[in-house]
Design a protein around this ligand. Structure first.
Ligand code: IMP
Length: 180
């Protein structure tokens, strides 16, 4: 089967450059080594590239799996599918997220981390859709602001598909359904 050719919103090179800038900004802010938490599965490519840019080992982060989306719609409810592996008590936590949309996932995760005794919580997200925000959440680093479009690739999926595309593309049903 051929791979659908979705319109490219942000190409891989531009993403890589921006991740290096985010890593530089984080290094300037950070005296203390952060405890990174990647929100799986979407944030994995972002987290891996960011940690490499910081000179840390790929995969050297804790992770949590949350779900709020059904197809291309936000359900409004955030469910915990896989918990953290490490204690966050007293730690400077940096959440790594693929995309902040309504803001509910980050709001829920921040509350969970503070309940568990994190000393501070920062959020770095590769993408943000500000026009979709339902709850306000503080963001400490945003790779790119994007319009209200459903995006796929570079970790982001539609029901488990298209995560491995090396770019951020705009999902189009006609393109996905085109016969091979
Ligand atoms: P929020 O809780 O509404 O901010 O949604 C955050 C989560 O929704 C992200 O971690 C993604 O998993 C998913 N999401 C939101 N918008 C998109 C999109 O355009 N493409 C793929 N996933 C999305």
């Amino acid at each position: 089967m051929s791979v659908p050719q979705f319109p490219v919103l942000i190409d891989g090179q531009t993403i890589a450059r921006r991740i290096h800038e985010l890593a530089r900004e984080l290094r300037v802010r950070a005296e203390e080594e952060p405890h990174f938490i990647a929100v799986l599965a979407g944030a994995r490519p972002f987290a891996d590239q960011l940690l490499l840019a910081l000179g840390r080992e790929k995969g050297a982060y804790d992770s949590i799996r949350l779900a709020s989306y059904v197809g291309t719609e936000s359900s409004g409810e955030v469910r915990l599918l896989k918990d953290l592996d490490h204690d966050v008590t007293g730690k400077r936590v940096v959440i790594l997220e693929d995309i902040v949309d309504t803001g509910r996932t980050i709001l829920a995760l921040r509350s969970l981390l503070f309940e568990r005794g994190a000393a501070s919580v920062e959020t770095l997200t590769l993408l943000s859709k500000p026009s979709r925000r339902v709850v306000e959440v503080p963001l400490d680093g945003v790779g790119f602001e994007v319009p209200d479009l459903f995006v796929i690739g570079f970790g982001m999926d539609l029901d488990g598909k298209y995560r491995d595309l090396p770019y951020v593309g705009v999902y189009q049903a006609e393109e996905a359904e085109r016969p091979a």
